[in-house]
Design a protein around this ligand. Structure first.
Ligand code: NAP
Length: 319
């Protein structure tokens, strides 16, 4: 029987692992299909405290893993959790299968921390994820990457609050921000939409869908090809950065409604002010429950809180 199983290896999962390992709980971490989480899809991380020169996203995640393993955390690579079941004795059964294979496995644990994150949605165009991973001009995080686009034109794709907010934020750096939306009315709340549309640096591009990323000789984005969603005509925009803001999908599909409450988008709901879910011994941390901040450092903070709550719960079991 494990003390703590942590599902997910982003900043939330690894911070939970560091804290529970240092509490001598020997946590087991299940990596999922994207070891290291969303930060492994970015290049320079300049806003994580403690790295004044910045650090590469994948390197930061390797360091977190090493820190957790140093204190006795165990990492099970390449397994995707398929089910979490609450047993009659209050413990949990965690079922998983190989990401690249068919083998299945299961563990028993007294507590579980869900840190399986959320995935930014992309358009699904060919080569898209390669552009993200190589830092070639496509990203889903303006807060993380906006400062790399000083005095050059960029675009934001989407029409919700995230798109409006990110477009406004990017005007601090970029020479121009095209806000590309597939309809001619933003979904964003009135105040955020108005703030974006009133900004002289933001130019809305209505009824338009990006259908191709145009690359320079070095494979970096130099523009986008647009299709008009009304008349099907094509045009091109020259720009150097594409910021995707078409929503996120929380990785919560393996969790039953019996175990956790979720909002209408699938984010796991926590007991207010805590990382606890409605099931005793089951905690959540990071983007799986965060629709507001979505930062590495806020996820790490929640991972710490979840580990402390799990430790407290385990101490209560021992009586
Ligand atoms: P969202 O509200 O779901 O908006 C997604 C946008 O992307 C929509 O405009 C949608 O177009 C567009 N879109 C979706 N799929 C697309 C595709 N395949 N191609 C092109 N466009 C596509 O997502 P969000 O903006 O990330 O917001 C998520 C939640 O967080 C919302 O509840 C929001 O209010 C909240 N939020 C709040 C704040 C804040 O208050 N400060 C900031 C950010 C987010 P359609 O409009 O045509 O569907």
């Amino acid at each position: 029987m494990e003390n703590v199983i942590i599902i997910g290896t982003g900043p939330a999962g690894y911070t939970a692992a560091i804290y529970s390992a240092r509490a001598d709980l020997s946590p087991l971490i299940l990596t999922g299909s994207q070891p290291g989480g969303q930060l492994t899809t970015t290049t320079d991380v300049e806003n994580f405290p403690g790295f004044p020169e910045g650090i590469m996203g994948p390197e930061l995640m390797v360091k977190m893993q090493q820190q957790a393993e140093r204190f006795g955390a165990r990492v099970e690579n390449g397994v995707e959790v398929t089910d979490v079941i609450k047993n009659d004795d209050g413990s949990f059964t965690v079922k998983a299968k190989q990401v690249f294979g068919t083998e299945t496995m299961e563990w028993q644990s007294k507590t579980v921390i869900i840190a399986s994150g959320a995935s930014a949605r992309y358009l699904g165009l060919p080569g898209e994820m390669d552009l993200v991973k190589s830092g070639a001009g496509l990203t889903a995080c303006a807060t993380c990457d906006g400062a790399f686009y000083r005095d050059v034109p960029v675009c934001v794709i989407g029409g919700g609050d995230s798109a409006a907010e990110e477009a406004t934020f990017l005007t601090k750096f970029a020479s121009k921000v095209y806000l590309i939306h597939r309809r001619e009315e933003l979904r964003a709340s009135k105040i955020m939409a108005q703030r974006a549309l009133d900004n002289p640096k933001i130019e809305p591009v209505w009824n338009s869908q990006v259908v191709e990323y145009l690359l320079d000789d070095n494979g970096r984005i130099r523009g986008v090809k647009l299709e008009n969603t009304v008349d099907g005509s094509h045009s091109e925009l020259e720009l150097e950065g594409v910021f995707m803001a078409i929503g996120h999908t929380p990785n919560s599909g393996f969790l039953s409604d019996e175990l956790v409450d979720k909002d209408e988008s699938g984010y796991v709901l926590q007991v207010p002010g805590r990382t606890a879910t409605k099931t005793p011994g089951l905690y959540s941390a990071g983007d799986i429950s965060d629709t507001v901040y979505r930062q590495g450092i806020t996820a790490a903070g929640q991972g710490c809180a979840a580990a402390l709550e799990a430790e407290h719960y385990l101490a209560g079991l021992e009586g």
